[in-house]
Design a protein around this ligand. Sequence first.
Ligand SMILES: NC(=O)C1=CN([C@@H]2O[C@H](COP(=O)(O)OP(=O)(O)OC[C@H]3O[C@@H](n4cnc5c(N)ncnc54)[C@H](OP(=O)(O)O)[C@@H]3O)[C@@H](O)[C@H]2O)C=CC1
Ligand SMILES: CC(C)=CCC[C@@H](C)[C@H]1CC[C@H]2C3=C(CC[C@]12C)[C@@]1(C)CCC(=O)C[C@@H]1CC3
Length: 345
Amino acid sequence: MATRVRPSNKRCAVIGGSGFLGRHLVEKLLDRGYSVSVFDIRQSYELSGVTFHQGDLCDKQALLPAMKDVSLVFHCASPAPASDDRRLFERVNIQGTRTVIQACIEAGVQKLVLTSSASVVFEGTDIKNGREDLPYAKKPIDYYTETKIEQEKLVLEACDKEKGFLTVAIRPHGIFGPRDPQLVPILVDTARRGKMKFIIGDGTNLVDFTFVENVVYGHILAAERLRSDSPICGKPYHITNDEPVRFWDFMSEVLVGLGYAAPRYHLPYALVYGLALLLWLLALILRPLVSFKPTFTPMRVALAGTHHYYSCDRAKQDLGYKPVVSLKDGIARTVQSYPHLRQGA
Ligand SMILES: NC(=O)C1=CN([C@@H]2O[C@H](COP(=O)(O)OP(=O)(O)OC[C@H]3O[C@@H](n4cnc5c(N)ncnc54)[C@H](OP(=O)(O)O)[C@@H]3O)[C@@H](O)[C@H]2O)C=CC1
Ligand SMILES: CC(C)=CCC[C@@H](C)[C@H]1CC[C@H]2C3=C(CC[C@]12C)[C@@]1(C)CCC(=O)C[C@@H]1CC3
């Protein structure tokens, strides 16, 4: 009878390892002596110590080779929130995550760490220092978040100490850092189109923005602390910079760092939200005739004009988490990493 190779606890797989967070995670895992297999729908780089497996995570047969002899899997793949494609989110984040869980169990993987999102509890109204025991949003802000909720439930419910399959979910918020394809590029694009002149509301709303290396650190701590006798099995954890900042101060600091003017004029929140809602309805009605994507969607206006920051006390207590990069240093490193997005470049 063929003997089964015992998976090494320093061998792991990163699903979504070609993406922004995934690649930072892969780099840190290599630093810590792990060998890594990346599974992603695309291959965006090459790195020694990393084996790439290209495929769709909804395909179990494609996933299995990436999990061979692996004891730990990180699942940080998702379609981009901006795609707003309900069927794609359902297929990848819900059905695909079921497939990931089945493949893990079949391949003998012992630990699964999911990248969820703090937004699973956000309904577009203020959250101040929200803890993990807040209920899931009944009215999530978009389809993407709706499927992130189902995905998190699936992964946490799959935790089974008897069967030796342990799971945990990390809920980051507002990830930023070098190579981020979303936050800074959207901000600069908005500024270049002359639309970053206005502050929505009074500009005092506090939000968490989390430097990518802190998010990576939270994932690795969770993976390494995930044992059948630890309190973290089957639980979600907020991972933030633990320094809530005014949304508009953060945006202004990034803009000014890149040579653009900070927004100055205030607009009432209710007015902008109402206009965004009208635009969104118009885009929906006109979709069969013309397709346009408004910059100011109701979801974006809510993100820009409300408080949404989260306590990471549970992560501090159970994981020994503490941010490793301050917000100030994170912003400086991010701004430096985007020479091509500077004003005039
Ligand atoms: N960025 C943020 O601020 C936050 C992100 N998160 C979560 O963190 C995770 C990582 O996000 P981020 O790094 O920003 O996202 P990215 O889009 O940069 O990375 C996700 C990766 O997954 C890939 N992918 C998408 N669909 C599939 C599929 N069917 N099969 C295999 N791979 C696939 C993507 O490929 P492609 O690019 O071709 O689609 C991409 O390479 C996600 O789960 C996201 O929900 C949570 C909170 C905040
Ligand atoms: C905190 C958090 C969850 C951030 C996630 C990233 C994006 C949702 C934001 C990144 C840049 C933001 C942005 C706006 C909304 C939210 C973001 C897209 C605006 C469109 C809000 C309205 C404006 O006045 C312009 C803003 C540009 C940047």
